[in-house]
Design a protein around this ligand. Structure first.
Ligand code: 2RA
Length: 334
């Protein structure tokens, strides 16, 4: 069966990657309806040898579609995703608008893919935050096999997480690296030669919104309401792919062999763990790849149930567009 697919935010980084992945996977497309702002009217998006004109959102624009992927911010999703569902389509939403809504499923196919099946009815399905997706993929085999007591994570997030503007800002600052007067527009400070311990806005407890997303979404996806999760998120001058150092406390003591086997056998994880040969996942290598890469797996010397690991994944692919396409594949082709 070939599908009629809409993409809202078609000209953004995630939207474009969505098209590339549809093409790579030979996703069966009967019609593509790319939506973007008025500035993009007149542009065409090429997919599988055909050109599809960019449209703007208007009443009736989703009629006849099977699936609409949203990657255009919370406000657009809040208003338009329910309209896509009313029109009979599945709305896979990459914004934060519905993620914590108790009525909405928040899905990473390898982790809680049972929540969507070929018998699911059209509905909004939330795609988690990028830094959450790679974390829960790495945690799932440990949760399943050994049980989780506590998770702590510190992130090193690439500028592409802030979209094309973030990417362009780092490139521009890099080409003028001797300048003392960088204009920080997308980020709160100059990102070049820097690390910024803020992604999003702060709450009164001192957490920024990216950290709150990781903590809440991880509990929801793993189905562990009371799991202790604490996150500290940092923007670094990597172009693409987020890295995370993770401390995970298991419910029981396990051997290193058991840890490595659990991680290495899990669908969606690739282990790169030969630290003495300087082999571990690196953002530069992982950018453009699909899996979640895990390395530096070692035990805490004080607490035998606590393990440390390094988790890297392409935030635009598995962290956004690819995860959305895997959700669609689960609904329509599993
Ligand atoms: C970031 N997590 O990296 C965000 C994007 N969703 O800024």
């Amino acid at each position: 069966r070939k599908l009629k697919v809409g993409v809202v935010g078609a000209t953004g980084m995630v939207g474009q990657t969505f098209m590339n992945i549809l093409a790579e996977r030979d996703f069966p497309i009967a019609e593509l309806r790319p939506f973007a702002s008025e500035n993009s009217l007149g542009k065409k998006i090429e997919l599988q040898g055909q050109q599809w004109p960019v449209q703007i959102l208007k009443d009736g624009c989703f009629d006849g579609l099977d699936l609409v992927f949203f990657s255009s911010g919370d406000d657009i999703s809040k208003e338009w995703a329910p309209k896509a569902v009313q029109a009979g389509a599945f709305a896979v939403d990459n914004s934060a608008a519905f993620r914590m809504d108790p009525e909405t499923v928040l899905v990473v196919p390898e982790v809680n893919g049972h929540l969507v099946t070929k018998d699911s009815r059209p509905q909004v399905i939330a795609n988690p935050n990028c830094s959450t997706i790679q974390l829960v993929v790495a945690l799932k085999p440990l949760a399943e096999k050994f049980g989780l007591e506590e998770v702590r994570v510190s992130t090193y997030q690439a500028v592409s997480g802030a979209g094309q503007g973030g990417h362009d800002e780092l490139i521009e600052q890099t080409s003028n690296h001797t300048s003392q007067n960088h204009q920080a527009k997308t980020f709160p400070h100059t990102i070049l030669f820097n690390c910024i311990p803020q992604i999003g806005s702060f709450n009164d407890e001192g957490y920024c919104s990216e950290e709150v997303k990781i903590m809440k979404e991880t509990r929801k996806i793993l189905g562990q309401k009371d799991l202790k999760v604490s996150a500290f998120t940092v923007r670094i001058p990597a172009l693409n792919a987020h890295s995370e150092s993770v401390w995970v406390t298991l419910n029981k003591e396990v051997s290193r062999e058991e840890m490595i086997k659990a991680l290495g056998d899990f669908e969606g994880i690739v282990l790169q763990d030969e630290p003495k040969k300087s082999v571990y996942p690196l953002a530069r290598d992982v950018s453009g790849k699909d899996p979640v890469y895990v390395g530096r797996v070692h035990r805490d010397p004080e607490n035998p149930k606590m393990w440390l690991m390094w988790v890297v994944s392409d935030n635009i692919r598995k962290g956004a567009a690819l995860n959305g396409i895997q959700i669609a594949e689960k609904i329509f082709f599993s």
